[in-house]
Structures are given as C-alpha cells and as structure tokens.
Design a protein around this ligand. Structure first.
Ligand SMILES: C[S@@+](CC[C@H](N)C(=O)[O-])C[C@H]1O[C@@H](n2cnc3c(N)ncnc32)[C@H](O)[C@@H]1O
Length: 322
C-alpha cells in the first residue's frame, strides 16, 4: 500500500463525511506538476487536497490550504500529516493576494476553489446550516462574533429585503415566504433552523420535487451571512494575478450566481480586461491574462451524482495564465 492509500484507509469519520466532487476532472484541469506550488482555497474535509498532495508527493511540490472554518484546518492538517510540504491558513480566500504575498510564495502553478460548504459543516450543530435539524440559526463559517448571524438578518431585514434576497437565489415563492417570515417573527423571534424551515415549508408546496422547500432560502441566507459572492469576486482576480505562466485556476460552482461571477471574471481576463466597469463601459486595452481551459463547464456523470448527490449541481470551469 502506498502512503496515500495507507492514509486513506485510516481516515476518520469527519474526513470521510465529505466526498470530493469531480475528483478526476479537477486533477486533470489543474494539470498538476509534481514540483509546483498549489493552493486549495477551500480545504473542507481535505478530499481534493489529499488528491493534489498525492501528486505533489512524487516531486518537491507544495500545497497551501485556506479555509474560514477552523475545524477544517484541524481535520486537513491531520489528514495530510504524511505530506510535509502542506501549510494551512485560517483565512477568507478573499484575502488570497495578501496571504500569498505575506507568505512570500512564488507564482502559483494552480489554485482550486470548491465553493460552498462541506458536509462536515452541515452536520455541525453549532453552525446552524441545516434545515434538516433544529439548531441555533447562525450560519457563520468562521464564527466571528462581530458579524451578523442568519437569525439577525431574519429579525432585522425588511420584507422587501428578504423578498429580494430569496428571489435573487431563484426562490419562486420569495414573496409569500418573506411575508410569512415577517408575520411569524412578530409572534416570536425566529431563532432556530427548525422553526425557519417550518415557516418556509408552511407556504411552499413540495409537490413531487425531491428538493426541500427551504433549500434556496437557506442557500441565500448562508451566502449573505458569509458574503460568499463578494469573496469570490475579490479572490479570483487576486489569484489570476499570482499565477505563473501556464498555471491554472479551477473553480467548482454549485449555483448560477457563483457560476456567473466566475464566468464574468474569467471572460474579462481572457479578453484582456481587468477593470470593474460593466462590459459596455470598459476601456481596457490590456493583453489577455488567461485562456480558457474549460469554458464550457464540466459536469458530473450520472454515476457520480448517484454516488454523491451533493455533486448534482456542480460545474467545473478553468483557465490557464498566459
Ligand atoms: C465544498 S467545501 C470544500 C470541500 C473540499 N474540496 C473537499 O474535498 O473536502 C467548501 C469549503 O470552503 C470553505 N469556504 C467557503 N467560503 C470560503 C471563503 N470565502 N474563504 C475560505 N474558505 C471558504 C468552507 O468553510 C468549506 O470548508
């Protein structure tokens, strides 16, 4: 048994909880060089990191991991104990540029983003992320005391703000749900995932859909609490700027808003534009920074979705630095 296989056979229950999505396709898109420097911006349970480290172990390559969820760092540090050239950083990937520069790292050969949350977080009661349980309605990945919880947003947002938030994330019953939340919170504060999930379900018909009626509202709240879209929009340009020529960025997205931000930033970088202006106002005359590797997204097979239902909405896109 080789070192990676031996470690996998000793995996703890937590590491095992989160199955990496599109594992082969992700490695292929990263096109790992055994002596390269790689970043996994979303360590999670370390599934992808383990695979990347397995390739880097054949040479002198290094892996830098980021996560906002402290427990992920503990889990992955333990999981990668066998790989000495791994460093885990407790940081939001929006600070990718600052962290990379502070660590005085050379230009990267590859950077991976596997967005969203891990199954480990979903099962962590104090995170308050799951509508399948009844936990305090928190949702902060990093537990930072100073930032708003989902309960704070549910308590303070106006009906119009809730409507807009849910609608933006594709919830067709956003109006009814927002109104019901406002009615219910006047009776008593909505402070648990179970209560919020029931309030949403009370105005949503499940029909024949296998998707829980609270899915999109929970996604919208989680994304807003953790400023997920803003972090992605800040991080991708910083990562492009720190890629070596021939280095790759691979992004796994799980909903259309993440996919749109990724496509927009990559498209502009491939066209030679790096400014923040809307497309029709852009005056950039810069050279293209990247070329597409996977402009058309790579999606999981039926077989992978059967084995790992979490993969069902995954889309992989990647670019290479010119
Ligand atoms: C889908 S999981 C990654 C799973 C991982 N690829 C694996 O195979 O186990 C996403 C991880 O990204 C982390 N995360 C999400 N947004 C982040 C951000 N802005 N900065 C750093 N970590 C973030 C979450 O805490 C979570 O652990």
């Amino acid at each position: 048994m080789n070192r990676v296989a031996k470690k996998e056979s000793m995996m703890t229950e937590d590491e095992d909880k989160h199955i990496p999505v599109l594992p082969r396709e992700t490695l292929a898109a990263l096109d790992i060089k055994a002596d390269g420097v790689y970043a996994d911006c979303t360590l999670g349970g370390g599934g992808h990191s383990q695979l990347i480290a397995g390739k880097l172990a054949e040479g002198s390559g290094r892996l830098i991991g980021f996560d906002r969820y402290a427990r992920s760092l503990e889990i992955v540090r333990k999981r990668l104990e066998w790989f000495p050239r791994f460093e885990a950083v407790h940081a939001d990937f929006k600070d990718f540029g600052r962290v990379w520069d502070e660590l005085q790292l050379p230009p990267a050969d590859g950077v991976l983003y596997d967005l969203g949350l891990s199954s480990i977080q979903l099962d962590d009661a104090k995170m308050g992320l799951s509508f399948m349980r009844d936990d305090p309605l928190d949702m902060r990945y990093d537990g930072t005391e100073s930032t708003e919880t989902a309960a704070d947003i549910i308590a303070a947002a106006s009906e119009a703000e809730l409507l807009n938030l849910f609608f933006r994330f594709g919830e067709r019953r956003a109006r009814r749900i927002a109104r019901k939340i406002v009615e219910e919170r006047e009776l008593s504060p909505i402070e648990t995932t179970g209560r919020l999930s029931k309030v949403i379900a009370s105005v949503s018909k499940r029909g024949r859909s296998r998707v829980h009626p609270a899915t999109r509202c929970f996604l919208a709240l989680r994304s807003r609490v953790n400023r997920e879209l803003e972090s992605l929009a800040e991080s991708l340009p910083a990562a492009i700027g720190r890629l070596k020529r021939g280095g790759r960025i691979v992004v796994l997205t799980y909903h259309s808003l993440e996919a749109r931000i990724t496509k927009d930033i990559f498209t502009r970088a491939a066209r030679g534009c790096s400014c923040e202006l809307p497309h029709d106002e852009c005056m950039c005359s810069g050279e293209p920074l990247v070329k597409w590797v996977n402009r058309k997204s790579v999606k999981p097979s039926e077989e992978e979705i059967y084995e790992n239902p979490r993969a069902r909405s995954a889309q992989l896109r990647s670019v290479e630095r010119l």
